[in-house]
Ligand binder design. Structure first.
Ligand code: IPD
Ligand code: CA
Ligand code: CA
Length: 255
């Protein structure tokens, strides 16, 4: 199944690459921060048609179309373009993220870094890969020497404190913080040891599904801010190499 998932992620990525830097229509979703372009929709359509053709019985949960064909034990969880703001502004950091769940457990997933043409992929209990190379989390144990990544939710103007206070707290504790703009890529960069940790509030299942499996298969840990287990529907996500996890929980506790 992973080969099929990778195949369609790459096909969708080609559509996105073709559209990058060209004229495309942009609409607001919930507000002026939250964009969707015609390329997001085109990418999603391609992926859904592929699933309908190859796995007609499977269910789908896709960012722009919601739930389709409900009732199967298999659910494809799709972000057709993760990093739409970057894409719309001409910043070449965005991805296609596709995870597949069986009975609510993610069994396979891929994140395609479109402009760098890199596939991150994992199947449950089989390790995580960048192309054909196995990837592993960083061995850093000290938060003070760690590079972290985060993101901000589209509703940040409604309740800025909750996100900004944590950002401030980590800025004072970690070596550095980055904000790339694609949560799926944030998970993968944590999986391959570029970042030691990643936290974010208000993520969606399609931001989390594939990336969480890839990070866990690379040896990382994904929980809530309190250290408790999460699923793809959880709203507070803490992901790390495991070694700095408790130190990150301690920082997240302060507010
Ligand atoms: C967004 C990106 C971003 C994160 C936002 C997500 P989208 O996804 O992953 O990094 O900070 O919370 O919604 O809208 O570009 O698919
Ligand atoms: Ca997303
Ligand atoms: Ca998206």
């Amino acid at each position: 199944m992973i080969d099929k998932i990778i195949q369609i992620a790459k096909e969708a990525g080609s559509v996105i690459r073709e559209g990058f830097g060209k004229n495309f229509s942009v609409e607001f979703k919930t507000n002026e921060l939250n964009l969707v372009t015609e390329i997001d929709k085109e990418s999603e359509k391609l992926i859904i048609n592929f699933i309908r053709k190859n796995f007609p019985k499977h269910s789908i949960l896709a960012e722009e179309s919601g739930k389709l064909n409900e009732g199967s034990e298999y659910v494809w969880v799709i972000d057709p373009l993760d990093g739409t703001t970057n894409f719309a502004h001409g910043l070449p950091i965005f991805s296609v993220s596709i995870g597949v769940q069986k009975n609510n457990r993610t069994i396979a997933g891929t994140v395609y870094d479109v402009m760098r043409d890199i596939i991150y992929a994992a199947e449950i209990n089989s390790g995580a890969f960048e192309g054909s190379e196995k990837i592993f989390i960083s061995k850093e144990e000290n938060l003070g020497r760690s590079l972290l990544v985060t993101g901000f939710p589209y509703n940040i103007r409604e309740n800025p404190e909750s996100a900004l206070e944590k950002f401030t707290a980590f800025t004072l504790r970690a070596r550095g913080i980055r904000r790339l703009g694609s949560a799926a890529i944030d998970f993968c960069y944590t999986a391959k040891g570029v970042f030691e940790g990643f936290w974010e509030v208000h993520l969606h299942p399609w931001d989390i599904c594939a990336g969480k499996l890839i990070l866990e298969e690379a040896g990382g840990k994904v929980t809530g801010f309190d250290g408790n287990p999460v699923d793809i529907f959880s709203k507070k996500i803490l992901a790390s190499n495991g070694l700095i996890h408790q130190q990150m929980i301690d920082v997240l506790k302060v507010n």
